[in-house]
Design a protein. Structure first.
Length: 72
């Protein structure tokens, strides 16, 4: 896909053929991708926590239940 190709081009991921199934590719974070992940995740968690500040635990459980129901 285009997204995978862009990530490869930017050095964020690596791609290699599967040894078990040559039709499949194995995608993994590169060293740079892991560093980027380490920088992004704390920001995502902070953003998420701010959005959830005014939501009760019960409301959050309902939200997760709805998301789960919408997931194919």
């Amino acid at each position: 896909s285009r997204a995978i190709e862009r990530l490869l081009k930017n050095g964020v991921i690596t791609k290699r053929l599967s040894q078990k199934d040559k039709r499949s590719s194995l995608i993994a974070l590169s060293k740079d991708g892991k560093a980027m992940y380490g920088q992004i995740i704390p920001r995502v968690v902070e953003w998420q926590n701010k959005r959830l500040e005014n939501i009760t635990d019960d409301e959050y459980r309902v939200f997760l239940k709805v998301i789960d129901a919408l997931t194919p």
